[in-house]
Design a protein around this ligand. Structure first.
Ligand code: EPZ
Length: 417
């Protein structure tokens, strides 16, 4: 397994090109299964997760080519509406194929995703939506089996769920009749999926709101050339890193509109930001001011930047409180950050971070995508050398992370063990 050797203390300087959004491209790859066709996706990041989703599409029978950020998907040859446990257990987003397969084949057999590093990841809301749409949903030896033709329905989610909203949307676009989804998630990645589906001819209103109306259509177009939106979480990760390390970086190919609350919090904490079109110039001010955050569904502070924010606050000039209301157990990075000299106490889903004047390098272990990012950020700020192990986690969600960091002055090396 690979690890990173990081020597901290270098301020950042230079340009970062933000890649396409992992959490937008995965559901859109799944959505190509809804109808037989030929699809071209551009600005696709080369990640473990996009390679896993490619493998899943090929198991289902699609033909996929992928090079230089362009993915060509031919779903005319799909003939196997099954997502096997061996694949789903490595990537929860595999569950995104449930709605598309049910829509196309009126049958889907998708392994239940396991938990993850920070606890159970239920799919009850996905199943509630499929049942509301009139399909038969059963659990058979660890697989969710969906049978029957979906028909329009009213779906009211008790809590905002990105995944359940995606599956409900994709199952409803060709369902006979009208579907209304209340309390839908409205993350930019949902909006991008809606752009993709409407470009195919789906009839969806309420985009960017929590109430979506889908009127089923008989046919969808069988070809589309579509560009993936920028990754707001990667962009936020680099901006947080810059404030922590000091320096000046410019992000390119980013959508500042997807990061409003994060940009506000960064400015509160001392970052000087200049936004122009799809680039952001970030300069670090004098010191890091303590700023509390509580995660919430979009447009609230994203849970996917909670761990990174905690690394930043560990070096603030005062104490801060970080609360995760989306995943109450998403704190496996706390113990590892404390190994680097952070002073973080955890009380259920509330982390109390006492700012310290210095972090010191030590061996630490990644546990999930964003915890890995948090440890890398802290290691880049720490004195001495840090070894970050199990970095296959970060390769799931960040494209060429060490190359991008080296290009702006970081001292980071990948070594195979
Ligand atoms: C998506 O996961 C993202 N993954 C996650 O990013 C992100 O953290 C999450 O949304 C929240 O923004 C992808 O897009 C591939 P949810 P998802 O359904 O869809 C509960 C990353 O690092 N819930 O919005 O699985 C759930 O437990 C990943 O890139 C139910 O109770 O998240 C959580 O508390 C990590 N029942 C809350 O809802 C359900 O049926 C939000 O989950 C579904 C969810």
């Amino acid at each position: 397994m690979d690890k990173f050797i990081i020597r901290g203390g270098h301020p950042l300087s230079g340009d970062v090109h933000i890649s396409g959004a992992k959490n937008a491209v995965l559901p859109i790859m799944a959505a190509t299964l809804i109808t037989p066709g030929h699809f071209i996706l551009r600005n696709v990041p080369d990640l473990r997760d996009t390679r896993t989703m490619r493998k899943l599409l090929e198991i289902i029978g699609a033909k996929v080519e992928f090079s230089n950020g362009v993915m060509k998907i031919d779903t005319t040859t799909c003939n196997n509406p099954v997502a096997p446990y061996e694949v789903v257990k490595t990537m929860r987003a595999s569950f995104d194929v449930l709605g598309p397969l049910a829509s196309r084949f009126r049958y889907a057999k998708v392994s239940l995703p396991g938990g993850c590093a920070w606890g159970p990841r239920p799919v009850d809301l996905h199943l509630k939506a499929m049942k509301a749409l009139g399909t038969e949903v059963t659990l058979e030896e660890g697989y969710i089996v969906v049978k029957g033709a979906a028909r329009g329905a009213d779906i009211n989610f008790e809590i905002s769920s990105v995944g359940a909203t995606k599956n409900a949307l994709m199952a409803a676009v060709k369902a006979k009749g009208k579907t209304v989804i209340q309390n839908a998630a409205c993350e930019p990645e949902i909006s991008a999926l809606i752009d993709f589906l409407t470009a195919l001819g789906a009839d969806i209103t309420g985009q960017d709101s929590t109430r979506l109306c889908i009127t089923g259509v008989q046919e969808l177009r069988n070809e589309l050339d579509f560009t993936i939106i920028p990754d707001r979480i990667e962009a936020g990760t680099f901006l947080i890193t810059n404030l922590l390390l000091g320096g000046e970086i410019r992000l390119h190919a980013v959508n500042p509109g997807h990061l409003s609350i994060v940009l506000n919090k960064l400015q509160e904490a001392g970052s000087e930001l200049e936004i122009s079109g799809n680039s952001i110039l970030a300069k670090s001010g004098a010191g890091i001011r303590p700023v509390n955050i509580t995660t919430a569904p979009y447009p609230g502070f994203p849970t996917d930047l909670q761990a990174q924010w905690m690394a930043l606050m560990s070096r603030a000039t005062g104490d801060s409180i970080i609360i995760d209301e989306i995943y109450r157990d998403r704190f496996t990075h706390v113990a590892e950050l404390n190994r680097l000299g952070a002073k973080i106490k955890l009380e259920q889903n509330v982390a109390i971070v006492e700012g310290v004047s210095q972090l010191a390098g030590a061996p630490v272990m990644s546990t999930d995508i964003r915890a890995s990012a948090s440890l890398i950020i802290a290691a880049l700020a720490a004195t001495g050398v840090t070894e970050v192990s199990r970095i296959y986690h970060i390769d799931r969600g960040y494209e060429k992370i060490e190359t991008k960091l080296k290009n702006i002055g970081a001292d980071i090396e990948r070594v195979s063990t």
